[in-house]
Design a protein around this ligand. Structure first.
Ligand SMILES: Cc1ncc(COP(=O)(O)O)c(C=O)c1O
Length: 452
């Protein structure tokens, strides 16, 4: 029975990434409160937030320290522009971000979403080369299956057929380079060979087109929206080495991986990688408010330094750029990391990984369980031996996630890959619930009979 609010929603809202005809036939789940790792619906039912409200929540919902920081900021200043003015919270956050980011990144350009963070990095790289007297460097290399957001520049360096194909005529297309996808691996070549092959191909592209390329843009360690593709160790470092060899910039998009998700503050740390431009968003505010940051090396910033009349300014900005409330939430979130949270994340990741193997690994429709820190992809397949997928029209991933709600867990799939990306503060008991609800949901929706 659709609630009054649900009906109003169906009358007026248009939801992102949502087939609206289907939505209009179902009962929308109306979430009215958050409490730690749980979301609470309008009838008071509690659900574990298994995907951190689209990969953003870090310390849980309704966290007293973040709530208080926003209230304190609200009493001072809700918004003032960074176009021609500045404010203390944006300044302090920039200092803190530079402190924790990979060495060499010294300048912070704020915006409001992951897409804009990427858009800004692309434009900064493009203009940098023009200012440096190399205007032919206009193109970007991106990985196959990449996802960097939905604005047109970000779509141009994206590679997800289903999302991006329709907009082809609208975009300036980037140059795709193979991604080391390790599942399925029908020829059993293994992650290292797949990594080396992808690096060789990237090397060839950069050799052939080097003089036209502004930057390589990539998600580090994990290609999230592609279905949680986990890169083999050494791939990220390998790409950095190739960028240095060919003299092109490296843009790293840590929108999804940043702020602890992979077990370190930034994924780059795990391979000692130092990008020229770094894109941050999602978890930056602990998952509270829209904020993003593009961090740049000093030499990139310096290329833009000139008298006003020279027109070298970076002509880009969004109205709510560096909003003080969002910056205050981000500062409170960084404080909450302290020294304990990241070791705790690594411990929880180990526990959850072991539980996943134990309780899902035996299911005939689970083809692959892949993990980096607290980012998981559980791939459902019709035939485990060959990795043959279910027919697309079965929408198995969606069915499993819908069924998980009955067991008290909110999930959202990527095709037939079930994603787990819980808040970093997930408790041991909550980890068990995540696993048991997923197992029950898979058993209910993917019987062996339905696998063919
Ligand atoms: C790696 C990556 N980059 C960029 C984005 C886009 O972020 P937003 O949705 O905030 O624009 C996403 C979103 O999922 C992402 O995963």
């Amino acid at each position: 029975m659709t609630s009054e609010l649900g009906q109003l929603d169906q009358r007026h809202l248009w939801h992102p990434f949502t087939p609206m005809l289907e939505w209009s036939r179902e009962d929308p789940l109306v979430i009215s409160r958050g409490d730690g790792c749980y979301l609470i619906d309008e009838d008071g039912r509690r659900y574990l937030d298994g995907v951190s409200s689209l990969w953003v929540n870090v310390h849980g919902h309704n966290h007293p320290a973040i709530n208080q920081a926003i209230r304190d900021q609200l009493d001072q200043l809700a918004h003032s522009t960074l176009l021609g003015l500045t404010h203390p919270t944006a300044i302090e956050l920039a200092r803190r971000l530079v402190e924790i980011a990979p060495d060499g990144l010294t300048r912070v350009f704020y915006s409001d979403s992951g897409s804009t963070a990427v858009e800004i990095a692309l434009k900064q790289a493009f203009q940098y080369w023009s200012l440096r007297g190399e205007p032919r460097r206009q193109h970007f290399v991106h990985l196959a299956h990449a996802y960097h957001g939905d604005t047109l520049g970000a779509v141009g360096v994206g590679g997800i057929e289903l999302f991006h194909r329709i907009f082809g005529p609208l975009i300036v297309a980037g140059i795709p380079a193979p991604s080391p996808v390790t599942y399925p691996d029908p020829e059993r070549r293994g992650p290292e060979a797949l990594r080396d092959r992808a690096l060789t191909d990237m090397d060839s592209i950069l050799s052939e087109r080097g003089g036209e390329i502004a930057a390589v843009v990539m998600e580090p360690l994990v290609q999230g929206a592609a279905g949680m593709i986990m890169h083999p160790p050494g791939f990220l470092k390998g790409v950095e080495t190739l960028c240095r060899k060919h003299g092109v910039l490296l843009i790293v998009d840590e929108v999804a991986t940043g702020f602890g998700r992979t077990g370190t503050m930034f994924a780059c740390e795990q391979e000692d990688v130092h990008p020229d431009l770094l894109c941050l968003a999602k978890g930056i505010t602990g998952g509270y408010l829209p904020l993003a940051a593009t961090l740049a090396r000093e030499e990139i910033y310096e290329a833009f330094l000139a008298e006003r009349i020279e027109g070298k300014t970076f002509f880009h900005g969004h109205t709510y750029t560096g909003n003080p409330l969002a910056c205050a939430a981000a500062l409170a979130s960084l404080d909450l990391f302290g020294t304990d949270l990241l070791p705790q994340v690594r411990q929880r990741a180990e526990q959850l990984g072991a539980l996943a193997t134990e309780h899902l690994g035996d299911l005939p429709v689970v083809g692959d369980i892949r993990q980096r820190g607290l980012m998981f992809g559980i791939e459902l397949v019709a035939d485990r031996a060959t990795g043959r997928p279910f027919p697309v029209e079965h929408f198995k991933g969606n069915a499993v996630c819908r069924a998980a709600r009955k067991h008290g867990v909110i999930l959202r799939p990527l095709g037939d890959v079930i994603v787990w990306m819980p808040p970093l503060v997930l408790s041991s008991t909550d980890a068990e619930l995540l696993v048991s609800a997923t197992r029950s949901a898979i058993l209910e929706t993917c019987s062996t009979a339905s696998a063919s």
